[in-house]
Design a protein around this ligand. Structure first.
Ligand SMILES: [Zn+2]
Length: 179
């Protein structure tokens, strides 16, 4: 029979799996958190440390709800040294946030389709698939000359801020004859 750390690790994984497959928790808490984090990513203010803190209510609820089943499964009480403490909650939170990333990124892609992007934050939209240059928009017009060839109206403010050159010069620099 497993003891100590190995058992704690298994217990953590058991709770993570239980939370992720709990439809009621998903609808009430998990999904709203995912939507909130997707909004933060779109706004360029997503922060992993804060995201981990932000799932703590879900962790606490998940532990409370699923510990009885885990105790039944492992045939022992999770108390004393195995009592769900701060470190265990932290581990479960990290796992949950890692598991959320795919769903968050799907939502970010979905929401950023065709929408204008904020000045420097948000999901970057590119001029075309082969270009590092940002798409010209009303708020980000293409009005700056290329620093290399000096041709006018080649860069947006975002491109200029990143120190880019126009596509033709970038291709020449990379030895690519594809444009
Ligand atoms: Zn150029």
């Amino acid at each position: 029979m497993k003891t100590g750390k190995a058992l704690v690790n298994e217990f953590e994984q058991y709770i993570v799996d239980s939370i992720e497959s709990d439809g009621a928790l998903y609808k009430r808490i998990y999904r709203p958190i995912v939507e909130n984090y997707a909004r933060k990513k779109l706004g360029g203010i997503y922060d992993t440390e804060k995201a981990i803190k932000g799932v703590m209510p879900l962790v606490v609820m998940g532990i409370k709800k699923h510990t009885p089943a885990a105790e039944q499964y492992y045939g022992r009480k999770f108390d004393g040294v195995l009592k769900p403490g701060i470190l265990l909650r932290q581990h479960i939170a990290v796992e949950l946030v890692a598991g959320m990333q795919g769903e968050i990124n799907d939502l970010v892609r979905e929401k950023s389709k065709g929408k204008p992007v904020g000045k420097y934050g948000g999901y970057p939209q590119f001029q075309n698939p082969g270009s590092a240059l940002r798409k010209a928009t009303k708020g980000n017009p293409r009005i700056y000359p290329c620093p290399t060839c000096k041709r006018p109206n080649k860069l947006t403010a975002q491109d200029k801020a990143r120190g880019y050159q126009c596509d033709a010069c970038a291709d020449r620099a990379e030895g690519c004859g594809c444009y």
